[in-house]
Every structure is written in C-alpha cells, then in structure tokens.
Design a protein around this ligand. Sequence first.
Ligand SMILES: NC(=O)C1=CN([C@@H]2O[C@H](COP(=O)(O)OP(=O)(O)OC[C@H]3O[C@@H](n4cnc5c(N)ncnc54)[C@H](OP(=O)(O)O)[C@@H]3O)[C@@H](O)[C@H]2O)C=CC1
Ligand SMILES: CC(=O)N[C@@H](CCC(=O)OP(=O)(O)O)C(=O)O
Length: 313
Amino acid sequence: MTFKIYVDGQEGTTGLRIHEVLASRSDVEVLRIDADKRKDSAERARLLNAADVAFLCLPDAASREAVSLLSNPATCVIDASTAHRTVPGWTFGMPELAPGQRDAIRASKRIANPGCHASAFILLLRPLVDAGLVPADAAISATSLTGYSGGGKKMIEQYEAGGDPALQAPRPYALGLTHKHLPEMKAHTGLAQPPVFLPVVGPFYKGLAVSVPLHRSQLKGGATAADLQQALAARYAGERFVRVMPLADPDTLASGFFDVQACNNTNRVDLFVFANDEQVLLMSRLDNLGKGASGAAVQAMNVHLGLDEGAGL
Ligand SMILES: NC(=O)C1=CN([C@@H]2O[C@H](COP(=O)(O)OP(=O)(O)OC[C@H]3O[C@@H](n4cnc5c(N)ncnc54)[C@H](OP(=O)(O)O)[C@@H]3O)[C@@H](O)[C@H]2O)C=CC1
Ligand SMILES: CC(=O)N[C@@H](CCC(=O)OP(=O)(O)O)C(=O)O
C-alpha cells in the first residue's frame, strides 16, 4: 500500500527537507502543487484533502488557513508551525514525550510538530520533572545556540548574502523574553512556569544546543547529577533517536568544547549531564532541520501510519 503525502509549503526550508527525506521511499506517493499555484487556496484545498498525510510547512497564519481548508476527515495533518502546539484537540508530535504518546499520535488526525528549541528543552526536562528530581515549580533558565537555517528562507538568504559584519558573530535574540516556544516548553515539561529563555543564532547553517544550568540546591531531596543522568537513561532506554551520554561525557570534556553540529544530518538528539559538586549543567543537541523539524515530522508520520518509525530517517 502507498500513502498519499502532500507538503503545503513545498518550497520552504522544512518542506524541501521533508521532500528529500521522502524521496527514496516507495511506500509513499508525494503529491506536488504546480509552482504557479503554490498559494492558490482552491488548489491547496484539493491536494490537502487528497492526502493521507498533509505536512504544513508554512508560517502560522497560513497553517491555520490550511486547517480551515480541510474537509476530508481521513486526512491527517502534521503542522510544523507554532500555531497548534498547545491547542486542545491537537497531539504533540513527539513520540518519546511520555508513555502513551505513540498511541496518541497513531490515533490523532491533528498532530503539532514540536519547535526546534522546544524539542531539545522538553526532551531534557520532561523525564526529570516526571521523576520528581526537578521540582515542577523550579525557576529554570535555558540558552539555545542555533544555526541560521532555523530562521527559514529569509534568514538563510540574509546570512548567505554575506557582507554584514554583524552576522559574523553570535546574535542573542528574543530579548523581550516572549519567544514563541515558551508555551510549549511549559505545557509539555510539566513546569509551573516557562524558563527564562535566551536563544542565540550563530553564523553556521544548522545544529542546535540547549543548555540548562541548575544548582544542586534546586534538585529535590539531595538528588545528584548521577541521579539525573540515570533518570534520563532509564526513560529513553530503547529509544532509537535519543542518546543519553555518560555522566560528564569524557569525550566532550577531553576535547574541551561542545560540538553543536554533531547531530547534523541525523534525526538524533543527544542528552548530556555535566556537573561539579554543587552545580549541574544539562545540555541537549540536535539538527534543527532534523529532529528539530523535518525529521521529527516524518517520524510522526511513520508512527501515525503504523510504519517503521525510523523509515527514511
Ligand atoms: N527552519 C526550521 O528550523 C524550523 C521551522 N519550523 C516552522 O516550520 C514552518 C515553515 O518554516 P520554514 O520552512 O523554515 O519557512 P520558510 O520561510 O523557509 O518556508 C515557508 C514556505 O511557506 C510558503 N508560504 C507562505 N505563505 C503561504 C501560503 N499562504 N500558501 C502556501 N505557501 C505559503 C513560503 O512561500 P515563499 O517561498 O513564496 O516565501 C515558503 O516557501 C514555520 O512555521 C516555521 O516556524 C519548525 C521547526 C524548525
Ligand atoms: C534562528 C531562528 O530564528 N529560529 C527560530 C526557530 C525555528 C523553529 O523551530 O521554530 P518553529 O518550529 O516554532 O517555527 C526562532 O527562534 O524563532
């Protein structure tokens, strides 16, 4: 059996990547819209409703419009935008989130793909909050270092045009402390309040690393860094796309630097716990276009359709 797939936003950064990931597969037939009709609502509606799975790789407003164009109850939508990640009736497309999440993704026709920064943050924190090691009311802060492809076509063009010295250095942003991923970071970790979140975009194409500093006094009941690492390892045992590194990963420490790009071209996320006697630094890394976007979207599609979860990834 082949499944019909349509990508609304096929010429964008995440849409193109989904096409690349699906290109070698014989179990899906990818429907394409004519270039001159890419923003024609009637033609988009026809293709959206002809698909078994429709990916929305669009700005938030266009994603909401695409959902309003759906009339076929059999079409499953996987929305890569921020529009529906905490909306009731939508399922968060992160199979590793918690026991039962795969069943929810399998059953749902409305799947919201997690944000790139949020994916790295949630995969790091959720098991620790669930295990009670990080109290739900903890005051958390997080930094995320990301490649510029996370900003989509416009930011890629800006960086690749060259000539602006300001783009040669890392640039902190979202300084109004209202980054669009905060609601999903709170909702899907179980934290009572969102983190103070500082994203930083750098002069490299892709790769993303989130770091979360903690004082041991913030952990519950004298828990240690080893307890955190063990809780992560236990939660993700058997997960093919999550790699929990050894406590204070010796290879990273020996190199002296953290490689933000080491998960590029994979659908993997790596989780780290660094520590001294009093402090802990949690870190996670992923490819913002892989597990942070298009890879995760295809993984959710595979789960929804009951296929091998890693097919094509
Ligand atoms: N880049 C990343 O790392 C990640 C992105 N996302 C999210 O995924 C979504 C897509 O992002 P990304 O691919 O980076 O964005 P891009 O800007 O690269 O691509 C968006 C595409 O949508 C098209 N588009 C805009 N409006 C419409 C419309 N009304 N009808 C049809 N097509 C339309 C654009 O057309 P045109 O080419 O004419 O501009 C463009 O091709 C966004 O919501 C983004 O926030 C999520 C995770 C990671
Ligand atoms: C560098 C850069 O601008 N990155 C984007 C994140 C892209 C992303 O993953 O966000 P969505 O999935 O929510 O679209 C940002 O921080 O807004």
